[in-house]
Design a protein around this ligand. Structure first.
Ligand code: MIC
Ligand code: SF4
Length: 651
């Protein structure tokens, strides 16, 4: 049997373990990326490790999320990141130069390399045949220090694409179709490798839209091969020297195959408030919306915005709709401006906002209560837009443009028919300039010695947890349901993220939108437990969703299942991730119940998998298990990875 592409790249980077699904492997990381909201902690951890220069091949930090500087702490964070980047050997993307994933793709992506990113949408670069994985800041700091990235080898599923997309049906609809079929839990412990006869039909940016949003499936990552399509993209980037062919062997072996006939894909929409609540647009056509957005790392590219501009040209945004776009790259925006597309957008009444994450993460454009917002972005978890009870729909840029014109959710095929508009073809820019004034190179080692890193007032070293106690004891601080995202646990929003580099302040907002009293309760009780349902911690890579609860004294999370990155982040910060052995035991536990887990330290040390949980309030007991590697046990015993690194310094 031939080898699949994922296996080939992993094999070339393997430093520990065997490529057997379910076993722990360690891989060498060529490239690292981080963004302003995750990098402050990652850099602080890196500094705590006592290393003076990065030891991976390339590292980049992008000030892409928090670019409006509405609070002094925001610019303070950026000054810290900019000076630290120059000193430690890291590229720095200035505020509003674009979204890190797209800049990284355009400037640094290399087929066949690995990239570890402190952001869940790092699989973006999988569209050009990189093994691109999202992780918590602590893991990224270790990779910056030259350490391997350890994770459990996933299954590799082929997604076999056949047929051709019909007019008005897009790459976004392909990933929405996968979400419709597989759900937000369907990618757990899997890597999706795209294959099949339709590959030549999807250009690099379309591929990237699919791999980027594959994280919404909970996948470890996803990947397209590097073929003539990829070569063409690298030619446009002016980086042909970085292109190399990366293909699976013919007859490659996969753990599973999913068939997708592109010809059968129609315009789709994810209903509020989960990316997998997907239905055909025609089923909700006619629903009035007040706001439309196109942007984010998934849909803010030149290709997406050119399509929107073509639909909007000579037309107008509906008077009762507010339509704005956030381009994902300033370089792409500049090209669109030169070619007249920005003028077409402005003339139609579209607000062309900064190239940043912006409203995707609730920074600005917060919808009013009772209104509906249709967005060509990747996530619509409840409250993420900044309004607790929001109603956000996810769709393609083409559906967004059609909706903005009509004022109600509109199938773009209907708009095309009604107004005789030809469906825009997905077009790549002719040439993306590599000379980017907003991308600041690292200082040379000689120069670096003279650079002072600006640690502002608000930038505080991360707390470190003491070693794991023999017995865990405390009350249930909160009990939540299935698919709770890190946006629920550690909300973003401009007000809150100002404290991403100051955990003591940030901790005041844990579960803030769901339960504003959580933080005060946790503090008053000296910590305790969190009880969750399936897929606990899905969504972002933000380690703050573990770090801040840890600082409040959360000792363990009991859940039916965990999402991958959050599970790793809990371990990284010394919180024990426990799974109900019998999920029915979830029903017998309530908030405020007093729990005790005796001899957990000894059990973790001895390699035990199952632990007894005593519910003193109910007078009952049940068992919970851990799914952790021997390495994870060491981290938990030490009180987390940073504690472990401090006890066993990196040489
Ligand atoms: C997100 O889309 O939720 C974010 C903001 O990009 C996060 C990272 C963060 O919270 O800083 C992610 O996806 O990892
Ligand atoms: Fe930024 Fe949104 Fe992409 Fe996260 S998902 S990196 S917030 S654009």
């Amino acid at each position: 049997m031939g080898k699949n592409l994922t296996r080939k790249i992993l094999e070339a980077h393997l430093v520990e373990g065997r490529l057997v699904a379910g076993e722990e492997i360690g891989i060498r990381i060529d490239q690292v990326l981080a963004q302003d909201l995750t990098a402050t902690q990652a850099f602080l951890h890196f500094e705590a490790m006592g290393i003076s220069r990065i030891r991976c091949r390339v590292a980049a930090c992008y000030a892409d999320h928090n670019v409006l500087h509405i609070k002094p702490e925001n610019m303070e964070d950026h000054l810290y990141l900019q000076t630290a980047s120059r000193k430690y050997g890291i590229w720095f993307g200035k505020p509003a130069s674009g979204i890190g994933h797209q800049i990284h793709l355009e400037h640094f992506a290399i087929p066949g390399e690995t990239v570890l990113g402190a952001d869940s949408h790092t699989p973006h670069c999988g569209g050009v045949a990189m093994i691109a994985i999202g992780a918590g800041g602590m893991d990224v700091a270790l990779a910056m220090g030259g350490g391997p990235y350890y994770f459990v080898m996933p299954q590799i599923a082929a997604v076999r694409l056949a047929g051709a997309l019909q007019p008005w049906c897009t790459a976004k609809d392909v990933i929405l179709e996968l979400l419709r079929r597989l759900t937000v839990r369907g990618g757990k412990d899997r890597i999706f490798e795209f294959t099949g006869p339709a590959l030549p039909m999807l250009n690099a940016q379309q591929r990237v839209t699919i791999t980027n949003m594959s994280y919404e499936l909970g996948a470890t990552t996803s990947i397209f091969p590097s073929d003539d399509v990829t070569r063409d993209y690298f030619r446009r980037l002016g980086r042909l020297r970085d292109w190399r062919e990366m293909l699976p062997d013919s007859g490659a072996d996969y753990d599973d195959t999913i068939d997708v006939d592109l010809a059968k894909i129609e315009p789709l929409v994810a209903l509020p408030s989960m990316p997998d609540h997907v239905v055909p647009v025609r089923e909700v056509a006619g629903t009035k919306v007040e706001q439309v957005m196109v942007g984010s790392c998934t849909n803010g590219s030149y290709t997406d915005l050119q399509a929107v501009a073509k639909v909007m040209k000579g037309r107008r945004v509906h008077p009762e709709v507010y339509f704005f776009i956030h381009p994902s790259s300033r370089a792409d925006l500049e090209l669109l401006a030169r070619e007249g597309y920005v003028t077409d957008l402005l003339a139609a009444g579209v607000n062309v906002a900064e190239p940043t994450c912006g409203a995707c993460i609730g920074f600005g454009h917060v919808p009013a209560p009772g209104t509906k917002s249709l967005r060509a972005i990747n996530r619509n978890f409840k409250g993420r837009s900044g309004l607790s009870d929001d109603q956000v729909y996810l769709a393609s840029p083409e559906t967004a443009a059609a909706t903005a014109i009509k004022g109600v959710i509109t199938d773009p095929r209907d708009l095309g028919m009604e107004l005789s508009i030809t469906a825009p073809a997905p077009i790549l820019p002719d040439a993306v300039p590599q000379d980017n004034p907003n991308l600041i190179p690292p200082a040379s080692e000689a120069e670096a010695a003279g650079i002072a890193v600006l640690h502002g007032e608000n930038i505080r070293p991360s707390p470190v947890k003491p070693p794991l106690e023999e017995t865990l004891h405390g009350t249930v601080l909160i009990k939540v349901g299935d698919d709770i995202s890190t946006d629920h646990i550690m909300p973003a929003g401009a007000e809150i993220v100002a404290y991403r580099s100051n955990i003591a302040r940030l901790a005041e907002y844990v579960f803030h939108r769901m339960d504003p009293e959580f933080s005060a309760r946790a503090k008053a009780r000296g910590g305790g437990f969190i009880v969750g349902g399936e897929n606990y911690g899905q969504g972002s890579s933000r380690e703050h969703a573990a770090l801040a609860p840890m600082s409040l004294g959360v000792r363990a999370v009991l859940a039916k299942s965990f999402s991958r990155i959050h599970h790793a982040n809990l371990i990284n910060w010394g919180i024990v991730p426990l799974l109900f052995t019998d999920p029915a035991d979830y029903d017998g536990i309530d908030r405020d119940d007093e729990l005790e887990i005796p001899k957990i330290r000894d059990g973790i040390l001895q390699g035990a998998h199952v632990f007894t949980v005593r519910n003193r309030t109910k007078g009952s007991q049940f068992t919970a298990r851990v799914e952790i590697t021997p390495r994870d046990r060491g981290y938990l015993l030490s009180g987390g990875k940073l504690a472990h690194v401090k006890q066993h310094p990196v040489r």
